[in-house]
Write a protein that binds this ligand. Structure first.
Ligand code: ATP
Ligand code: HSE
Length: 325
């Protein structure tokens, strides 16, 4: 089947938070914090990183976005070895807000758009889940909303849930990085049956609460025995936040992905938003942790790729005009 290679695309991809407590490696929620990627077929590869969130990201062909784009072309049976890529991101790196997932999903969508969307969204989801080895962050960035998914080592399946309009998200982002690899290595290789049953029952109840809009049930459901008790050792103050944030207005509180960011779900009608934000900041500060707090909303939209016209200008001017203004 022939296709018309498109010259340049612009991708907008949301951040994500994974696990939501008990849904380890299986629940994700897209957040209204975004990254933008411009991608064009070129005669030589150049990677332009805009903004200070990209410190340390490579600008040669070892860049994750370049490598993932090549996977799309290979699976589609085409060859475009040289790409011009630009990226701006508001998603902090290595903080538990899905930066690597946003890069993977953004690259998949951009490369696929460049070749006339030859791959289906399902095929992109399979590639993304295989790369991350868990579908939660990539599923949320791909589909938007709340995603319930599995990846069994061969295939990934998911269902998207529309987030309740009254849900808000407060994140406390510590200044230090915590890699997913390190946060996964502190977990035990085996778990007790009681902990397994604890998580599958709480995760199931959380999914039911989120899909029926029963926000009051979140406080009972958003509890974990599989990963948070072990990861709490890496984030001073996390244990206190897990135990007490609901007394300060949170519907539920959890480690965002593999951390170190802490996340609270809040009812937008709550009268305790300021109290909760102060509690998160003060609790971490008492442990010597400087954290930035951000009020976010679930992002109902997932990744989106648009074809650019000749006179659409470059990403930097778009970011200055539409994002930073
Ligand atoms: N925006 C990006 N562009 C290119 N590569 C990226 C980007 N974000 C992450 N990566 C690559 O992915 C790898 C993992 O990134 P990072 O440490 O942020 O992922 P993570 O541990 O999954 O973090 P997070 O907690 O954000 O999910 C990094 O080595 C980096 O090279
Ligand atoms: N489910 C993954 C998410 C990583 O962002 C973990 O907790 O390790």
């Amino acid at each position: 089947m022939s296709y018309k290679a498109v010259q340049k695309v612009r991708v907008k991809v949301p951040a994500s938070t994974a696990n939501l407590g008990p849904g380890f490696d299986s629940l994700g929620m897209a957040l209204n914090l975004y990254a933008w990627i411009d991608m064009a077929i070129s005669d030589e590869t150049a990677i332009h990183l805009i903004g200070d969130q990209m410190n340390g990201i490579p600008t040669d062909k070892s860049n994750l976005i370049y490598k993932v784009a090549q996977m799309v072309f290979e699976q589609a049976g085409v060859s475009h070895p040289e790409l011009d890529i630009a990226m701006y991101s508001d998603i902090p790196l290595t903080r538990g807000l899905g930066s690597s997932a946003s890069a993977i999903v953004g690259a998949l969508a951009g490369a696929n758009a460049l070749i006339g969307n030859k791959l289906t969204q399902y095929e992109l989801f399979q590639i993304a889940s295989r790369l991350e080895k868990h579908p939660d962050n990539v599923g949320a960035s791909l589909f938007g909303g709340i995603v319930v998914a599995f990846w069994d080592g061969e295939k990934a399946e998911s269902i998207r849930i529309e987030p309740d309009a009254n849900l808000e998200v407060l994140v406390a982002i510590p200044a230090f990085q915590l890699s997913t690899e390190k946060a996964r290595n502190v977990m035990p290789k085996q778990v007790a049956m009681k902990d397994a049953v604890f998580n599958l029952s709480h995760s199931s109840l959380l999914v039911a609460a989120l899909s029926t809009g029963n926000l009051g049930m979140i406080r009972h459901a958003m509890k974990d025995a599989l990963h948070q008790p072990y990861r709490a050792e890496l984030i001073p103050g996390m244990k206190t936040l897990l135990e007490q944030a609901e007394n300060h207005g949170a519907l539920g509180v959890a480690l965002s992905g593999a951390g170190p960011t802490m996340l609270a779900l809040v009812d937008v009608r709550s009268g305790q938003k300021e109290e909760l934000e102060a509690f998160l900041k003060d609790t971490l500060a008492e442990e010597g942790i400087e954290a930035q707090t951000l009020w976010l909303k679930p992002s109902v939209e997932g990744v989106a790729a648009i074809l650019l016209q000749e006179d659409d200008g470059d990403l930097l001017s778009f970011v200055e005009r539409e994002v930073l203004a």
